[in-house]
Design a protein around this ligand. Structure first.
Ligand SMILES: *[C@@H]1O[C@H](CO)[C@@H](O)[C@H](O)[C@H]1NC(C)=O
Length: 172
């Protein structure tokens, strides 16, 4: 009888302890340690876009835009560069930057929604080879669309935007 009572008292504690340690393990896959691998063939260090002349604005998260602020981070990329998977990713479908693109903007109104390393994010201005499936780190996603045709003189780039619109800068 005493044994039963002791077990009955201990069991919930043990279960609870297991549950907690499992929870902590998931949290110790610390997202702050996730770093993007190389995105563009012409930019091995994922150099960030600074501020452009010609009124094209700046590439950092929160930069001023005509309507509100920049909800992503721009990584320098030449027109036609190969764009690589920054880590093992799943392709979740198309993701386009403009809701009502001008005729010119239609040339670059493309991109892809990706997930991997516990992150969900979108890459804009990219022409992916496919919109669904899986890629390993370093495999080709596609190429960068011709930004210079649309915004002459801009620093061509891919726009990295987290699906929850949070700041991606800490992952670079
Ligand atoms: C991206 O894809 C994920 C997974 O399918 C989905 O949950 C999410 O809503 C998409 N995000 C955006 C902003 O399109």
């Amino acid at each position: 009888m005493r044994v039963t009572i002791i077990l009955a008292l201990l069991l919930p504690a043990v279960l609870c302890g297991d549950h907690l340690s499992g929870y902590e393990e998931e949290h110790s896959h610390d997202l702050s340690l996730v770093k993007f691998g190389q995105l563009c063939s012409g930019n091995p260090t994922n150099r960030k876009r600074g501020c452009d002349e010609h009124g094209w604005g700046c590439g950092h998260y929160g930069a001023r835009r005509n309507h509100g602020t920049h909800k992503g981070l721009d990584i320098v990329c030449n027109d036609g560069d190969t764009v690589y998977a920054p880590f093992d990713v799943k392709l979740n479908g198309p993701a386009a930057p403009y809701r009502k693109p001008t005729a010119l903007q239609k040339l670059i109104n493309d991109g892809v929604n990706l997930s991997g390393e516990g992150l969900c994010f979108k890459l804009f201005y990219v022409k992916p080879d496919k919109y669904k499936g899986f890629l390993k780190k370093g495999q080709r996603i596609g190429i960068l669309h011709p930004m210079q045709k649309v915004y002459p003189g801009i620093t061509s780039h891919t726009h990295v935007q987290m699906c929850d619109r949070s700041d991606p800068t800490k992952y670079f």
